[in-house]
Design a binder for this molecule. Structure first.
Ligand code: ADP
Ligand code: MG
Length: 471
């Protein structure tokens, strides 16, 4: 019998959102030089959307008909993905929308998620263009994993984070170093050295819900997913591939940066079978035609998208509230419908339950909550982190730490060895939720490297809420 969803599926492809200003302003050249041909060879059709201002990507994904796209891919730094995730969460159909697989290609100066994704593939460390090639390769493979998101409540709004929350030293370095963005990733090293020279203490209250204090709960969606993933027969459901030509994807594996990984093997697997089925439906010349777009055609597509969206808030328009996707969902979503609540968080300003732990000291040099392994291409800040571990990896350094010790700590972080480098001021906790109430005026808070204000704030992790293209 003909598959009624086949036509729809053939129309699916990648939307690559590229910020031409990210990093040293070379994202477009990097994409053309290193990624474009890889996608064409792998038979992965894509459409390029070049952002022309801050929040452009956010508006595009808020309005997009997501049935057209297998994945949203960000070619920029972490800031553009932050926009995209928050744009998806602003949609009326956010629960389906945020299940759209998200891919990352490092084009910015802060490429922490790209470094994390590369790290999860168990490849040896890579930087710069080598990291880009690796992420391009993983994108062609098209395996999808659950991705935790952290809901961050501020007094007047809520936002969603995939990477980090920082206050004090790290946040100030991130913001100070903006002015050196022309030097690329080195900007963080420069910023760190400058901030070390004028080390500050930040006063505030920090509390968290430790992992062990979690109330016994019935199986959560995360538990179900984890269990399901362990079963080989469910593997294809949890980690589908959108690569329509696995053989080409494997050819990409011979690119210099591509590291051999067990999942790249051509041996039969549910995932490969799925790709094979899909390949049978897609005429072989179709992808080439799609990808042979000239720059003009690409720009036309970009313009077309620009015309299609307005500045009106998301409402029940066809674009922002599409009909249910008739394609079988690759990962069953067991979560209930309705607004996403933060059940671990009492209202901001209200007392915390006894199960929370309050940090006694109130003078900090830094507070850093990590949701992925890497804070930047060079900083392996949370060695134990996984994209869907359901954890906030909370680090803080109390006042009194010497400049030399802090420098030692950041140098050790390149090897993920900072917890073993003998700095007693550094504390590490695995938590589900946290609250931070700054008491001194100095010090800003960043979420995923973006400034969100002086606080107070609180946050809780939502395990596996989104999905990440990840090796
Ligand atoms: P980088 O790592 O280089 O900072 P990001 O992806 O974090 O790269 O992008 C930085 C900021 O640039 C983001 O907050 C995003 O909103 C903004 N942005 C996106 N497109 C553009 C554009 N065309 N011009 C200027 N800023 C942009
Ligand atoms: Mg950035």
């Amino acid at each position: 019998l003909p598959d009624p969803a086949a036509n729809l599926r053939e129309a699916q492809r990648l939307m690559v959102l590229l910020n031409p200003q990210s990093g040293r302003g070379q994202a477009m050249q990097l994409f053309t030089a290193h990624v474009q041909n890889m996608l064409i060879e792998a038979g992965v059709p894509y459409t390029l959307v070049i952002t022309d201002r801050r929040n452009h990507a956010r508006e595009v994904v808020r309005k997009a008909d997501l049935r057209q796209w297998d994945a949203l891919v960000i070619m920029s730094g972490d800031g553009l993905l932050f926009e995209v995730i928050n744009g998806l969460m602003e949609r009326e159909d956010w629960r389906e929308a945020v299940r759209t697989p998200l891919g990352i290609l490092p084009g910015g100066s802060g490429n922490a998620l790209a470094a994390s994704v590369h790290h999860y593939s168990q490849a040896p460390p890579a930087w710069g263009e080598e990291l880009l090639l690796s992420c391009g390769f993983l994108l062609c493979k098209g395996l999808v994993s659950p991705l935790d998101l952290v809901s961050v409540q501020l007094p007047s709004r809520r936002l969603f984070s995939f990477l980090s929350l920082a206050w004090g030293f790290v946040a100030d370095v991130d913001l100070d170093s903006e002015r050196y963005r022309t030097v690329g990733a080195v900007r963080f090293l420069l910023g760190t050295l400058l901030r070390l020279a004028s080390l500050r203490v930040y006063r505030g209250r920090l509390a968290f819900l430790p992992l062990e204090a979690e109330p016994e709960a019935p199986p959560t969606p995360r538990t179900a997913r984890r269990w399901a993933r362990a079963r080989p027969t469910d593997h294809a459901q949890e980690r589908p591939s959108f690569c329509s030509n696995p053989a080409s994807a494997l050819r990409c594996g011979s690119a210099p940066s591509a590291s051999p990984s067990p999942s790249a093997s051509p041996s039969p697997s549910p995932n490969n079978n799925r790709s094979e089925r899909r390949r049978g439906r897609v005429p072989s010349n179709r992808n080439a035609k799609t990808n042979n777009q000239t720059d003009n055609q690409t720009n036309q597509q970009t313009d077309h998208q620009n015309q299609n969206h307005t500045h009106a808030p998301p409402g029940p328009s066809p674009a922002s509230n599409p009909a249910p996707n008739p394609t079988p969902s690759p990962a069953p979503d067991p979560a209930p419908r309705g607004p996403l609540l933060d059940p671990l968080l009492p209202p901001l300003g209200r007392p915390l339950p006894d199960s929370w732990r309050r940090v006694e000291q109130q003078d900090f040099v830094l507070v850093l909550a990590m949701f992925q392994s890497h804070l930047s291409e060079e900083l392996w800040a949370a060695p134990g982190a996984a994209p869907d571990d359901g954890l906030i990896h909370l680090f803080y350094v109390g006042a009194g730490v010497s400049r030399a010790a802090l420098l030692r700590l950041f140098l050790a972080m390149e090897r993920g060895a900072h917890l073993e480098c003998g700095v007693p001021h550094l504390v590490y906790e695995r938590v589900r939720a946290l609250r931070l109430e700054p008491l001194s005026p100095q010090g800003t808070i960043t979420v995923d490297g973006e400034l969100v204000g002086p606080g107070p704030l609180q946050a809780q992790v939502h395990p596996g809420l989104a999905r990440l293209v990840c090796g």
